[in-house]
Design a protein around this ligand. Sequence first.
Ligand code: ADP
Ligand code: MG
Length: 353
Amino acid sequence: MIEDKNQKQTSLDSLGEFGLIDHLTKKFSVKNASTLKGIGDDAAVLNFKNKSVVLTTDLLLEGIHFDLSYMPLKHLGYKAVVVNLSDVYAMNANATQITVSIAVSNRFTLEALEALYDGIYKAAEAYGVDVVGGDTTSSKTGLMISVTALGDVDLESVVKRSGAQSNDLLVVSGDLGGAYLGLQVLEREKQVFKVNPNSQPDLDTYTYIIERQLKPEARKDIVKLLKDLDVLPTSMIDISDGLSSEIIHLCKQSKVGCDLYETKIPLDPQVISTCEEFNMDSTTVALNGGEDYELLMTISQQDFPKIKANPNLTVIGYMTDLSNGMNLVTRGEAKIPLTAQGWNPLGPEPKDH
Ligand code: ADP
Ligand code: MG
């Protein structure tokens, strides 16, 4: 999918580094008042006045974090931005700027990079962030893309992982497990395609979960919703590695335990039907599948009336004293300890993230 055979393909050598940077970044304009100078100087100039600044960065490597045989470059650009913004929103902050650094081999054409930057541009527009810089270099092997995101927030509104208290409600946005299952469907189609390149996959029944994998969104809307509802979570994290490991992060950093109720975990009907088809347990998928980019938070019991009617937020359990441990309360009301199966970058079998 790197090259569209019907389109003219231009080699990167014909532009040179500066020509390439100019070409890729010419569409970007500055929208945020905190951006005084964006692309084009030795460094960007930002002014956050009396706001606190959050900063986060992610590195994505071809073959480890994405597979270009089913990830179109435009989607990759979009996703690379979104996964960073998700971390900004998880601090309850407003995302304002990003930088984008890429390393590319000459296997990529100008048109391929245009597609990547189309996706970056779309995400920047959709989330209202300014692209204020980056770096461009060559690679001998695959594609590397690194995005750094900045955001601003009033110091008293910052929500960390460490503020959860015993008795707080454990709340999650959206639904879980879709992105992982979307990946399973795409992997299966890739194998079918290898055997029969003429096969035309019918993916209509999987549109939601494939979109969750290829075009995830960050929950900027939830940060706004919480503000509108006048709810300040006591702790928050985004779900990139699966519900289980994120809950464990909140508990460990807050020094509390928790009871998570299996029956409360929000699942889309397509997740349930695809789990049946793949003979997978939907709870296991929600707990351990990654890349959902929903927000997991704890809120004080007294805020419950403010969120209880909201379809975007689901109460899935509550926090307890440390001595209770971290448990999944199953359908059969058995308590089993939660374990983290989140991705270990040094482990023998890296899961795609
Ligand atoms: P330097 O020599 O200081 O590294 P560059 O020539 O690499 O400067 O970059 C020129 C300008 O273009 C800078 O503002 C830089 O931040 C920006 N830039 C470079 N590469 C990218 C990229 N891939 N995406 C967005 N902006 C970029
Ligand atoms: Mg440079």
